[in-house]
Design a binder for this molecule. Structure first.
Ligand SMILES: *Cc1c(COP(=O)(O)O)cnc(C)c1O
Length: 367
């Protein structure tokens, strides 16, 4: 079976260094908010080109904390609206509603699966305080027009960069383009910890200071609490692992691009729609997503031929039982996407023979 993602092989590349990092933390006797975290925050801020990076417990918390901080700072208040792509992973929406803000769903572009920027202005009201754009599947979702709209309408531009570590637009790395960004280092993400981890990046000093307190019970100073915060810290051991893996992220991206380009150039089948790439450095291929009309048939065909695939994602957030009030909404492109998408195996360690096999089997498909 060709696995969708072989995390064990991915981390085996760095086995010695990861074990050294773990030993260093174990021997230090210091497990939270120490030097490993400081070093990672500094390394990751420079990787993104942001002034500040704050390590937090996971990607969902990174996004939650950005909205919470804006509320503490009086930039937003519960009941305000946040624009979000209708086809995103549910965590983007949870971060909004968890803070008492109202998600306003907008259709994605059917080619890039990212927010259709031409549809934003139609839903902006006086209550709209932010756009949460998602660099879905690893592809940058920002352009000049989006920056312009956010500026004109005085909306914060927040990036969900959970899938896009290292994707570049206009000489800037995603996570440094908007006002603030949430990153996830969930093990399966391109930059993955060996457990949960996340970060906020921003160049806004006041926002950074607020989030720094909010992630630690709302405290700037031990036993003094400015805010009603969370406990959302990034463990030293995960920071130490991330310091190792960050050194190799560029190589990981290049390997993923090779696989993606091979798929793009060699999958030839009228039943399959390939991803559309705006510019090659803007995509880091967290997942390689194709579309097809009879998705379940294709998925079974691939499985029967020894190829494991996943669906990102089968149900849109507004159709989930968790969002009952929104279940009546309809977004034709979003629903088409959720019905038709299928993610092929891709990673920095998948062998050439496996990629060739995937292509050959896909090209023979006529379901
Ligand atoms: C993974 C992911 C998140 C959440 O990150 P966690 O670390 O799993 O909490 C948020 N948004 C998107 C788009 C993601 O893919």
């Amino acid at each position: 079976m060709i696995k969708f993602l072989d995390l064990k092989s991915i981390n085996a590349q760095f086995e010695m260094e990861l074990k050294e990092a773990a030993n260093r933390v174990i021997d230090s006797g210091w497990y939270l908010m120490g030097n490993e975290l400081k070093e990672f925050e500094s390394n990751y801020a420079s990787f993104c080109g942001s002034k500040f990076c704050l390590g937090v417990a996971n990607g969902l918390d990174a996004l939650r904390l950005i909205f919470k901080a804006y509320i503490e700072l009086g930039v937003m208040k519960p009941g305000d609206e946040v624009i979000v792509p209708a086809n995103t992973y549910i965590a983007s929406v949870l971060a909004i509603s968890d803070n008492g803000l109202i998600p306003v769903f907008v259709e994605p572009d059917i080619d890039t699966y990212n927010l259709d920027i031409s549809k934003i202005l139609a839903v902006v009201t006086i209550k709209t305080k932010a756009v949460l754009t998602v660099h879905l599947y690893g592809q940058n979702s920002i352009n000049e027009q989006l920056l312009q709209i956010c500026k004109e309408k005085k909306m914060k531009l927040i990036e969900d960069a959970a899938q896009s570590h290292g994707a570049i637009w206009n000489n800037k790395v995603t996570g440094s383009i908007g006002d603030a960004a949430g990153h996830s280092f969930y093990p399966g993400k391109n930059l993955g910890a060996l457990g949960d981890a996340g970060a906020v990046t921003t160049s806004d000093n006041v926002l950074a200071k607020t989030i720094e307190a909010l992630r630690n019970y709302g405290s700037h100073k031990k036993y003094e609490n400015l805010y009603q915060g969370l406990n959302s810290r990034l463990d030293e051991i995960q920071a130490a692992f991330l310091n190792v893996k960050l050194k190799y992220i560029q190589k990981d991206i290049e390997e993923r691009r090779k696989v993606a380009n091979y798929y793009l150039n060699n999958i030839i089948n009228s039943k399959i729609v390939l991803p559309i790439v705006n510019n090659s450095e803007g995509h880091v291929w967290h997942v390689f997503v194709i579309r097809t009309k009879k998705r379940e048939v294709l998925q079974k065909y691939l499985y029967d031929n020894g190829i494991q695939t996943l669906i990102h994602y089968p149900i849109p957030p507004y159709k989930q039982p968790a969002y009952k009030n929104y279940n009546g909404l309809t977004f034709p492109f979003t629903e088409q996407i959720h019905k038709e998408v299928l993610s092929l195996p891709i990673s920095s360690v998948i062998s050439n023979s496996k990629i060739k096999k995937v292509v050959k089997i896909l090209n023979n498909y006529n379901g």
